[in-house]
Design a protein around this ligand. Structure first.
Ligand code: CDP
Ligand code: MG
Length: 560
C-alpha cells in the first residue's frame, strides 16, 4: 500500500517539474516544449495509473532490449526484417516503437497487418490499453465488415486482406508512412501478394518504410527476397520445454487429447493447459467432454475453466482466453486451472500467458486446391515440423513447461514435412488474379512472387475470369471485372450479385450472398445430430442449399 502511495506522489512531482520546465521554455520562446512523461503525447491527457503498471510489464518483454537498435536500423534502412519467438513483444511493442521514431514527423500513420481477424481485434484492443487511448481513436483496427478506426487513428491493425483492398483504391498506400507485415512466416495468400506489391511500392516511394516480422526460421529467405534487407533477431524463448511423445500412434486423437488433459490436471503441478484441435465443432465437442470428465472427478481435483478459441467465436467470448485461472474452491484448496482448446490461432497469433502444458495432436485444417477438378477444400492434415516447434514453444512463456505430442517420435522425424507450404501454392487464385489485375499488374507471369504458384493454377484462374466476363480475351480487365473486383467476394458470387438486377432478383441474391459470407448458420453437434438435422429440414428447399439459406434468412427476419 505504502509503496503505491509513494509512487503516486513521485509521479505528481514529475508533472510539476516538467510543466514548470515547459512553461519556462515557452516563456523563453524556445523550440517546442518537451512533453512531460506523464502526459500522453497523442491525447494530451494525463496517463492513468494503469498505464504505468502495464509499462513496467512491457519493459520486461525481450524486444525492449533492442528498442534503440531497432529505431536506428529503421532510420537507416527502408526495409527491415525482424524475427523473434512468439511472445517476445513484436506485435504489441514494435508498432509503438515505430510511433516514437522522430524521423516520422508529428502524426505518423502506421499499419500493422495480421493474417487473422481475431488477432487484429484482440491485439489492437491490448495496444490501445497499453497506450492509454480509446480503441477506434488513436489505435484502431480494420477487418472485413468492420472498420474500427477514425481520422484520429495513427496506428491501425488490419488483416492482410484489408490492406490489399486499401491498395486497390490507393495503389501507393500513400496514407501510411510505415507498413508492418506481421506473422510473415504464416505465408497467407494476401501476405504473399502484399510482398510483391510492396516491393514495387517501395521503389516508387522513398519515404515509405517496411518492417517484415516473423516468428520462425525462414528469415534468410525473407532477407534474400527483400534485396538483403537487414535482419534483427530478438533473443529466444524464455524457458525450456520438455517434449513427450506417445509410444504408439493414437487411433483417436480427440479422445487422446481429452485423456491427456485429465491426466495433467490430476497429476501435474499448477499451470494452464493449451490444447490444439482443428475446428469449431471439434473444439466445442472437446470442451463439453472435458467439462463433463472434470465434473465426474468432483472434489478430488481443483476447479477448471474450459475456454474454446476459434476464429468464428464472438469477440466477447474470445476475450475469455485472457481471464485468469479459477481460484481454489477453499482457501487452502487445490489451485484451479485454465484449459484453452484452440485452433492454430494460438500457435503464433495470440499469446496467452500462464500456459505451462501444451497438447499437440499434430493436425490442423489446411486449404488444398486441385486445379484439375477446380475444387478447393479444407482438410484436416498433419502439421509441419515448424508448426510442431511453434506449438511446443507456447508452453515455455512464463516458466519451464511440458509439451505432449500425441504422435510417436519416429512419426515426427519421418512423416512431418519441414515447413507448411505457403497458401498461394494451395489455393484457387481466381480472386487473387482479379485483385492483381485491378491493382494494375498485368504481367502475372513476371510478378515477383516469393514462391510463384503453379502455371496451371494461374491458367485456371484466368479461364474462370474470362468465362465470367471479368477479363476479355486478351486478359485485360473489363468494366464488369472492375465492378466485380470491388466486392470482397469470390468472382462467381460477385458476378451473380452484379447481374442479379437483370433477372429481378437482386434482393434475394443479396441475402444469399450475405448468408454465404458468414460462418455456416447450421450447427450439428455430435450429441444432437438427429435433432439438428430435423431442425434444418424445416428450412430445406427442394432446389438446394442456396434457397435453403434464403429460407433461413426469411424465417429469421419474420420472427424478429
Ligand atoms: O508478437 P509476439 O508474439 O512477439 O508478442 P505479442 O503478441 O506482442 O505479446 C507480447 C506480450 O503481451 C504477451 O506475452 C502478453 O504478456 C502481452 N499481451 C497481453 O497481455 N494481452 C494481449 N491481449 C496481448 C498481449
Ligand atoms: Mg505476434
Amino acid at each position: 500500500m505504502s509503496m503505491e502511495r509513494k509512487r503516486k506522489v513521485s509521479l505528481f512531482d514529475v508533472v510539476d517539474e516538467n510543466s514548470l520546465a515547459a512553461k519556462l521554455s515557452r516563456a523563453n520562446g524556445s523550440a517546442a516544449p518537451q512533453i512531460p512523461p506523464t502526459i500522453n503525447r497523442w491525447t494530451g491527457r494525463t496517463y492513468s495509473q494503469r498505464y504505468f503498471e502495464i509499462l513496467e510489464k512491457r519493459k520486461s518483454l525481450p524486444v525492449w532490449q533492442q528498442k534503440d537498435e531497432f529505431l536506428r536500423v529503421l532510420r537507416e534502412n527502408q526495409t527491415l526484417v525482424l524475427v523473434g519467438e512468439t511472445g517476445s513483444g513484436k506485435t504489441t511493442q514494435i508498432p509503438q516503437f515505430v510511433l516514437e521514431a522522430d524521423f516520422l514527423g508529428k502524426r505518423p500513420m502506421v499499419a500493422c497487418t495480421q493474417p487473422r481477424r481475431v488477432a487484429a481485434m484482440s491485439v489492437s484492443r491490448r495496444v490501445a490499453e497499453e497506450m492509454d487511448v480509446t480503441i477506434g481513436e488513436e489505435v484502431g483496427y480494420s477487418i472485413r465488415f468492420e472498420d474500427c478506426s477514425s481520422s484520429k487513428t495513427i496506428l491501425k491493425y488490419l488483416t492482410d486482406g484489408m490492406l490489399l483492398r486499401e491498395a486497390m483504391a490507393d495503389p501507393l498506400l500513400e496514407r501510411y508512412k510505415v507498413i508492418i507485415l506481421d506473422e510473415a512466416h504464416e505465408r497467407t495468400l494476401a501476405t504473399d501478394v502484399l510482398f510483391g506489391l510492396l516491393k514495387e511500392v517501395l521503389r516508387n516511394r522513398s519515404d515509405l518504410k517496411l518492417v517484415v516480422m516473423s516468428a520462425t526460421l525462414e528469415a534468410e529467405k525473407f532477407q534474400g527476397y527483400f534485396n538483403g534487407a537487414p535482419l534483427m533477431k530478438v533473443p529466444g524463448r524464455l524457458h525450456p520445454v520438455e517434449i513427450f511423445y506417445t509410444q504408439e500412434p493414437e487411433r483417436d486423437y480427440l479422445e487422446a487429447a481429452i485423456r491427456t488433459v485429465v491426466q495433467i490436471h490430476m497429476c501435474e503441478p499448477p499451470g494452464d493447459i493449451l490444447v490444439f484441435l482443428t475446428g469449431e465443432e471439434e473444439i466445442e465437442d472437446a470442451c463439453r467432454k472435458i467439462t463433463r470428465e472434470m465434473n465426474n472427478l468432483g472434489d478430488q481435483v481443483g476447479p477448471v475453466k474450459v475456454v474454446p478459441l476459434y476464429s468464428t467465436l464472438p469477440p466477447a467470448m474470445q476475450q475469455k482466453i485472457f481471464e485468469p485461472a479459477p481460484a481454489p474452491l477453499k482457501e487452502d484448496g487445490v489451485p484451479g486451472r485454465k484449459i484453452v482448446v484452440s485452433t492454430n490461432i494460438a500457435e503464433t497469433s495470440l499469446t496467452i500467458d500462464g500456459i505451462v502444458y501444451v497438447i499437440d495432436p499434430g493436425f490442423s485444417k489446411q486449404k488444398v486446391y486441385n486445379p484439375r477438378i477446380r475444387v478447393e477444400s479444407l482438410l484436416v492434415s498433419p502439421i509441419s515440423k515448424a508448426s510442431a516447434h511453434q506449438r511446443s514453444g507456447r508452453a515455455g512463456r512464463t516458466q519451464p513447461g511440458k509439451c505432449f505430442r500425441l504422435y510417436t517420435e519416429k512419426s515426427f522425424s519421418n512423416d512431418l514435412q519441414p515447413q507448411t507450404y505457403p497458401e498461394i501454392l494451395r489455393s484457387n487464385l481466381a480472386n487473387t488474379v482479379l485483385t492483381l489485375k485491378k491493382l494494375g499488374i498485368d504481367d502475372l507471369v513476371h510478378f515477383d512472387f516469393m514462391d510463384p504458384p503453379a502455371p496451371e493454377t494461374l491458367m485456371r484462374a484466368l479461364e474462370v475470369l474470362n468465362y465470367l466476363g471479368a477479363l476479355d480475351d486478351d486478359g485485360n480487365l473489363t468494366k464488369l471485372g472492375e465492378i466485380m473486383s470491388e466486392f470482397p467476394l469470390d468472382p462467381q458470387m460477385s458476378k451473380m450479385l452484379v447481374v442479379s438486377p437483370e433477372f429481378n432478383c437482386s434482393n434475394e441474391i443479396l441475402s444469399i450472398s450475405a448468408m454465404l459470407s458468414v460462418p455456416n448458420c447450421f450447427l450439428r453437434p455430435r450429441e444432437a445430430q438427429k435433432a439438428a438435422d430435423e431442425a434444418k429440414s424445416r428450412f430445406g428447399h427442394i432446389d438446394g442449399d442456396h434457397l435453403t439459406l434464403l429460407n433461413v434468412y426469411h424465417a429469421y427476419k419474420q420472427n424478429s
